[in-house]
Design a protein around this ligand. Structure first.
Ligand code: PSU
Ligand code: MN
Length: 315
């Protein structure tokens, strides 16, 4: 029997869709999910808010509905108000929430900024199939010692969402990241590229097995993956626009130094990615932050067009 005075189970209130997202779902309109770790841990205030709002705007401009996802006071929210976005952006103590963090965050009525993994979970629960982010997490350099492999990869293995991203940063071991995705049956599709993008640069030095120049083909691949019962996600690798790309040598050196410094300072676990991002923004004097914003906007733009193609197939 549930104790009546202190009912700690919030059984039907744990996920809340904004009315805009709810209507869009009812009408089978195209929707694009956005994550919130990038807001709370990927950029600092006020750029994080500017970037979140501009990403939403890019999606609207194409005729799709944005749905930024976060956990706010014990509820998974799909579609955030301006106040909620501000709350996430201004507070420095919002917990980074990956898959393993969700149960305790809900149980303790607290808030969390959702990673790629957790945003996929929220999107999938709501019925949203397309998600735009900056870069996915992956296998960290030195993972054979540290075992640091992002939960994003395992989420891609099982949750049915297409993730539009600019590849992954070379703070990761890109080769091993691609191997793990292959093991788990996750298609990695280069959108108008043969190269797996390296976040700040268009080419990570690794290729993709599949290239698609037309988003309708990618929408069709999503459809087949799920119709066939294969489950899991897809990576749509969308390189940063040429004009925004960073000098590969500059960013490579900065990353190598930042990784060494993180190690020296004993930065571990979920702190690694935010630490390195902040360091890069500092040593490149904002150049990496600028590139980061541009690639996110481009991903939002392409994801909106993909969501429109996908809605076309499924309506
Ligand atoms: N890559 C970025 N910016 C980010 C992240 C990755 O360029 O903000 C965030 C994403 O939310 C991603 C998470 O899901 O870091 C991965 O963290 P970890 O490696 O601890 O799983
Ligand atoms: Mn990690």
């Amino acid at each position: 029997m549930i104790h009546s005075e202190k009912n700690i189970l919030n059984t039907n209130n744990w996920i809340q869709l904004s009315s805009e997202v709810e209507n869009a779902l009812k009408n089978a309109e195209p929707i694009v999910a956005l994550e919130s770790t990038i807001i709370s841990h990927g950029m600092s205030y006020p750029e994080n808010i500017e970037s979140a709002l501009t990403s939403e705007e890019k999606i609207r401009q194409q005729g799709a509905i944005p749905a930024t996802i976060a956990v706010i006071k014990g509820q998974i929210k799909v579609g955030l108000s301006a106040e909620e976005l501000n709350y996430l952006g201004e507070n420095n103590d919002i917990r980074k929430a990956s898959r393993r963090d969700l149960p305790m965050i809900l149980a303790s009525n607290s808030s969390g900024a959702t990673t790629v993994a957790t945003t996929m979970i929220g999107a999938s629960m709501a019925g949203i199939k397309v998600f735009a982010t900056g870069g996915i997490g992956g296998v960290h350099r030195g993972a054979s010692e540290t075992f640091d492999i992002s939960a994003d990869l395992l989420e891609l293995a099982k949750t049915e969402v297409a993730v539009v991203c600019a590849g992954a940063k070379s703070i990761l071991d890109i080769g091993l990241t691609l191997e793990v995705l292959e093991t788990h049956g996750v298609p990695v599709i280069g959108y108008q590229t043969d190269a797996f993008p390296g976040f700040y640069v268009r080419d990570s030095g690794f290729g993709v097995d599949d290239r698609a120049d037309d988003l309708a083909i990618i929408a069709s691949a999503m459809h087949y993956k799920w119709q066939l019962g294969l489950g899991g996600g897809l990576v749509v690798a969308n390189p940063i626009p040429k004009e925004d790309e960073m000098d590969p040598t500059l960013i490579d050196n900065a990353i190598t130094n930042a990784v060494v410094e993180a190690e020296k300072n004993g930065i571990k676990g979920k702190e690694v990615t935010p630490y390195i991002l902040a360091k890069l923004h500092q040593v490149t004097e904002g150049k990496s932050l600028y590139a980061n914003k541009q690639l996110v906007y481009h991903n939002a733009h392409v994801a909106a067009k993909l969501a429109i193609e996908y809605a076309r197939i499924n309506n």
